[in-house]
Design a protein around this ligand. Sequence first.
Ligand code: PRP
Ligand code: ZN
Ligand code: MG
Length: 226
Amino acid sequence: NGTSRDRLRIAIQKSGRLAEPARALLSACGLSWRESRDKLFCYGESLPVDLLLVRDDDIPGLIADGVCDFGVVGRNELNEQAGARQSIGLPAAYQELRALGFGGCRLMLAVPEAWQWSGPEQLQGTRIATSYPAILAQWLQEQGVQASVVELSGSVEIAPKLGTADLICDLVSSGATLAANQLKPVQTLLESEAVLAGPVRRFEDQRAQLAAMLLRRMDGVLKLKD
Ligand code: PRP
Ligand code: ZN
Ligand code: MG
């Protein structure tokens, strides 16, 4: 799908924490779209830059496959899928281009409140539930610890109570979800925030100029914010 195009396509989250700030950032860069509330494809008006509204988890793959040129996605999701691709011998095919300063959260280990946390060695032989198996496996390897990774796509926080895992590795933002499930955060694996992701390869058509302009404008907007 590396076909030549004269319009840029940016994937953003359809709904969820990153959806509104992603749109606001792109608007501040001077982009506008023909408004169509429920449409998943928004045709760019001010510039030939279209939006695709998707599940955040699909964004890295859309860029890797060349379906989209850029995406606004959490570093957690981007790194996880890069790790998963790497573990089966695929190249990353996309990269983090800019950190965007919103959607901040941490990928953390969290244990039942009654645990006394003494450090990573304590994880030897445990079962850890997560939606981030690649990042977790890599980290465990770096720590020299053997633990089993229980992959769940959601509601990870319930696993210790169900007895399917001893602890979890999940995103923590306010900490409310952990507290509600009698878990406490003990170790950070990744500091995450929304990022602009783009392809590793250079554009060889009209998109090159468009992409350069978009990045220039984004740098201006990001500079104003800090
Ligand atoms: C994340 C994470 C936790 C929650 C933590 O889920 O998986 O469930 O946020 O946030 P808190 O610390 O503010 O309570 P998210 O809402 O992104 O949805 P998902 O798990 O369905 O992707
Ligand atoms: Zn998601
Ligand atoms: Mg969740």
